[in-house]
Design a protein around this ligand. Structure first.
Ligand SMILES: Nc1ncnc2c1ncn2[C@@H]1O[C@H](COP(=O)(O)OP(=O)(O)OP(=O)(O)O)[C@@H](O)[C@H]1O
Length: 449
């Protein structure tokens, strides 16, 4: 019934949209069900789902209304294989002899998040290398692998890439990938259904456990407790754990100390904010991917360079901007030019114009080091004041477009040479003092978020 309805709608859309758009966007979809005014469709990737929603939502809804008068909305899920295809045994943890108890699915995987599609540069090379090592599926050398970094810097991409690669290199392994939110949801569900033993057995018998956005469980006492025991049980069995978070273990507020220290026992790797070269590489790679789905599009001189220069804080935004340009160029059949970029992305470019101010930097750095703002600007030379002041100078130089004399004026009327000295000092110390390096990275992230 549903299949027939979808086939009728597809046919009509094929006529209206033409063969090429139909093949790219409509043909790969599957109508899964219609309920309570919502039609659920399955798409081969989030990209296709987002695109169809943005461009063809109303057309699809209007046609489906012929059979479902109350329909008002489409919802898309991604059609991917479950990550753990069969449940581990119901017997003691680790035993694999019993029949599967139930199908136990992890979060869906995004097909494009592979190692091939992950562009490696200085800011993420360590995270990439560590993820690759785990994906080989060899003996566990560090446990857990803890990946952290700011919004949209590729943590989830790397996690999915590990799962995809493990499914090739070690198809015998039970790999479970899920978000910390899903972990909590399943835990609560197991408590409610009095199936806590099943829950424990399932989680304790996977070979690789991957939990995304672990900061979510901070402050949720029972979930943390259960997570701690699951974590210990797997580590004791020498099973690999991979965790991601938006900051380092010690910086996650309201996370129990014993969990923090467990996480610090493994390899903790930071995905640093992207630099210009990495952003340029990502744009080229993403353009190749979009071209595969949308057909080739001409990109004019300087467009990639302009985008890499202007959209600096979040790869997700950069990717969204490029996707929008591809869509527009495809619709009007013209190459992407710098003029088109200005027209099409004015909102994104405006918001990326939001510059951090020197005053914001001074405030944040003072708070971070627990010193008074008046001391930051005043004459005191004690190390516990002078070092944060130099860090603030360094960040002001890096994150604002102010000149050294202008920065100097905002630091209580200091000379530009003092600012230059402070900037150089921090640059130099970042290579030798890892604590200082971490402080600077954290502050930069806070200021740019
Ligand atoms: N180095 C990279 N190469 C290719 N794509 C990248 C890279 N870094 C990030 N991306 C892309 O940026 C987008 C956001 O990445 P992802 O979802 O992995 O970020 P995240 O760090 O998990 O962010 P969040 O904290 O919001 O969950 C994805 O589409 C991803 O493919």
């Amino acid at each position: 019934m549903i299949a027939q309805q979808w086939s009728k709608v597809s046919k009509e859309l094929r006529q209206e949209l033409g063969e090429s758009s139909f093949k790219s966007w409509i043909e790969p979809l599957e109508l899964v069900g219609v309920e309570n005014g919502i039609a659920r469709l399955r798409a081969p990737s989030r990209f296709v789902g987002d695109w169809v929603k943005r461009n063809y939502h109303d057309k699809i809804v209007a046609r489906l209304r012929a059979d479902h008068a109350d329909l008002s909305q489409l919802e898309f899920s991604v059609s991917t294989a479950p990550i753990v295809r069969k449940a581990p045994s119901t017997g003691s943890a680790g035993s694999r002899t019993a029949e599967p108890a139930a199908v136990f699915e992890g979060a869906p995987l995004e097909g494009r998040y592979t190692f091939d599609n992950f562009v490696v540069g200085k800011p993420n090379e360590l995270a990439h290398a560590a993820a690759k090592r785990v994906a080989e599926g060899g003996p566990v050398t560090f446990n857990p692998l803890f990946l952290y970094g700011g919004v949209g810097l590729g943590k989830t991409h790397l996690m999915h890439a590990i799962v995809w690669e493990l499914s090739q290199t070690r198809p015998d392994l039970q790999v479970l990938y899920l978000s910390a939110e899903q972990f909590m949801y399943r835990f609560v569900q197991a408590l409610r259904d009095r199936q806590i033993m099943d829950f424990k057995n399932l989680f304790r018998s996977v070979d690789v456990l991957m939990v995304d956005d672990v900061q979510f469980i901070a402050g949720k006492d029972s979930t943390q407790e259960e997570f701690f025991h699951t974590f210990n049980a797997l580590v004791d069995q020498n099973k690999q754990i991979v965790i991601s978070a938006d900051c380092a273990p010690g910086e996650i507020k309201d996370l129990e100390d014993r969990i923090t220290s467990r996480m610090q026992c493994g390899l903790v790797v930071d995905l640093h904010p992207t630099d210009y070269e990495l952003r340029l590489g990502i744009l080229h790679r993403k353009a190749a991917i979009f071209a595969e789905t949308l057909g080739p599009v001409n990109v004019g001189d300087g467009v990639f360079e302009f985008l890499a220069h202007r959209i600096t804080n979040n790869v997700r935004v950069l990717e969204g901007a490029l996707q929008r340009l591809f869509a527009f160029s495809n619709l009007i059949g013209q190459e992407i030019t710098l003029d088109m970029v200005q027209d099409c992305l004015s909102d994104i470019l405006r918001s990326s114009d939001r510059r951090v101010t020197v005053e914001e930097i001074q405030r944040k750095v003072s708070e971070h080091f627990n010193i008074r703002l008046s001391d930051m600007l005043g004459p005191k030379r004690a190390r516990n004041i002078a070092r944060p002041r130099q860090i603030a100078m360094y960040l002001a130089k890096e994150l604002t477009s102010r000149s050294l004399p202008e920065i100097g004026r905002r630091f209580g009327g200091r000379d530009h040479t003092t600012i230059l000295y402070g900037v150089r000092k921090v640059e130099e110390m970042r290579g030798t003092d890892s604590q200082l390096g971490e402080d600077v990275d954290l502050l930069r992230r806070l200021l740019q978020s």
